[in-house]
Ligand binder design. Structure first.
Ligand code: CA
Length: 226
């Protein structure tokens, strides 16, 4: 699970990042609204923690623009302002939850768990299915009928993302960020290499599922005809 923290108070942002990482999340930090919006739009985050009073763009504007772009990423608004009108504005802009500072770490973690539970139910089950394919999280096994192969960690991460997003096109940038992370120097080329590994495995499995290349954009799955 990857969380984006948009918070201009440096110490609070660092505390949040530590808290989340201690609890098994990957957390990235932005210190102003513009950078926060740019990053939130990449759609690689499972939750965005968004402060209201921010330099460059305030949290309400960030949220409004994010929702206008079609993003449904859960947003937890975090703010010192506790006026009812602010909460209403936040929720009207499309926030999923509103937490007032100071807050208890336990409460924040509970919110994040609740928000990520609303994500596709597939995320929490051991078995993902698409077309004639089954992907088992506990064993990294990808199977089609009687045939089965074991995937490497990166192949598994990539196949899981493709299967969770199904026919939605994933850009190379999305795959790169979500699998290799923000600070990695992996390049588009890595994505291509792993896509070709996965295609070979799909052939080997005699699966009808194909990884379709959308030129200049990215990849998505499709089920071929019988
Ligand atoms: Ca602030």
């Amino acid at each position: 699970m990857r969380v984006l923290i948009v918070e201009d108070e440096i110490r609070l942002a660092a505390t949040l990042q530590d808290l989340l990482e201690l609890n098994g999340y990957t957390a990235d930090v932005c210190h102003d609204g513009e950078a926060g919006l740019d990053n939130a739009m990449t759609a690689i985050y499972d939750v965005v923690i968004l402060d209201v009073m921010l330099p460059k763009l305030d949290g309400f504007t960030v949220l409004r623009r994010l929702r206008a772009s079609g993003s449904a990423t859960p947003v937890l608004m975090l703010t010192a302002r506790s006026e009812v009108a602010d909460r209403v504005e936040g929720l009207d802009c499309g926030a999923d939850y509103y937490l007032t500072k100071p807050f208890e770490p336990k409460e924040l973690l509970a919110c994040i768990r609740a928000l990520t539970r609303r994500q596709p139910e597939l995320r929490n089950t051991d078995l993902l299915e698409y077309g004639d394919l089954k992907l088992e999280k506990s064993s990294f096994a990808l199977s089609c009928g009687e045939r089965s192969v074991r995937l490497s960690r990166k192949e598994f991460d990539m196949m899981e993302l493709l299967m969770l997003n199904r026919e939605i096109v994933l850009t190379k940038e999305n795959l790169l960020l979500k699998i290799w992370g923000y600070e990695s120097d992996a390049e588009d080329n890595n994505v291509e290499v792993y896509i070709s590994f996965l295609r070979k495995k799909l052939d080997h499995l005699h699966s009808r599922v194909r990884i379709k290349t959308i030129r200049m954009v990215g990849y998505c799955l499709e089920t071929g005809a019988a």
